[in-house]
Design a protein around this ligand. Structure first.
Ligand SMILES: Nc1ncnc2c1ncn2[C@@H]1O[C@H](COP(=O)(O)OP(=O)(O)O)[C@@H](O)[C@H]1O
Ligand SMILES: [Mg+2]
Length: 233
């Protein structure tokens, strides 16, 4: 069974007197250990799909089976618990807490998962060291470059040891050299740790790291193809 299985997902928003449907029946499967890039123009439904995949939002209709469990109709608490154990996130613009050290930022997801303080500290330190930031743990975001901030965000995304890492435009604010460094980290997490990676990007050079590329248009998937010329392999 696939790790992620979406079947005929629709999402509507109430707008004025009517409903606006923005996802028109999305179906996709993601196998364990896969690396998927979702591409498409602005407004095509990538983030909406990602939010559903990430259990941050629920579909209006359709089925979502995650690791054998039907998650399409869970309540908020149940979703939060699935999210905690299954999914780490990296967002565009990093979403780090300001005036808060790198290590405290990375410890944050473990506050919700109930990890003890000593263990939190040790795991956050380890994650930052893996991201090459062992000497920047006490810096706060304003004292770090964009690439370093995104590496803190990745450390935060992997610290709960969830099997899936989701990233929405993770290189959106970065120059191309720094983007490549960030994508190289994703590639290593996929190859060495077997993490399943799902990312949204509008940059072909970023999508080129994925094993599979899905194109979105107007709330539908218009193509789903293996990437023959995968970067970094
Ligand atoms: N909370 C919302 N309420 C109403 N419409 C929304 C909401 N969120 C997104 N949309 C609409 O859904 C469509 C898809 O948006 P989104 O998934 O963010 O696109 P993308 O990430 O591909 O740029 C857009 O037309 C957007 O305006
Ligand atoms: Mg988006």
């Amino acid at each position: 069974m696939a790790l992620i299985e979406l079947t005929d997902i629709r999402k509507s928003y109430m707008m004025g007197e009517g409903d606006l449907e923005v996802l028109h029946g999305i179906s996709m499967k993601v196998e364990r250990g896969d690396f998927i890039a979702m591409m498409g123009p602005s407004g095509s439904g990538k983030s909406t799909t990602m939010n559903i995949l990430g259990c941050l939002d629920t579909p209006t209709s359709g089925d979502y089976v995650l690791d054998g469990r039907d998650v399409s109709s869970l309540d908020d608490d149940e979703l939060a618990s699935v999210r905690n154990s299954m999914i780490g996130f990296v967002f565009q613009g990093f979403n780090l807490l300001q005036r808060t050290s790198a290590i405290a930022n990375v410890e944050m997801p473990m506050l919700y998962s109930g990890t003890m303080s000593k263990e939190r500290h040790a795991r956050a330190k380890e994650a930052l060291e893996r991201m090459g930031l062992g000497d920047r743990m006490l810096h706060d975001p304003s004292q770090l470059s964009g690439g370093q901030q995104q590496r803190v965000a990745i450390a935060r995304g992997i610290v709960n040891r969830a099997p899936i890492l989701m990233a929405d435009e993770p290189t959106g604010n970065l120059d191309s050299k720094t983007s490549d460094e960030i994508m190289e980290l994703f590639r290593e997490l996929n190859e060495n740790e077997g993490m399943t990676i799902v990312l949204v990007t509008h940059e072909p050079e970023v999508a080129a790291y994925a094993r599979r590329i899905l194109h979105f248009r107007d709330g539908e998937i218009t193509s789903d193809e293996l990437n023959e010329n995968r970067r970094g392999w």
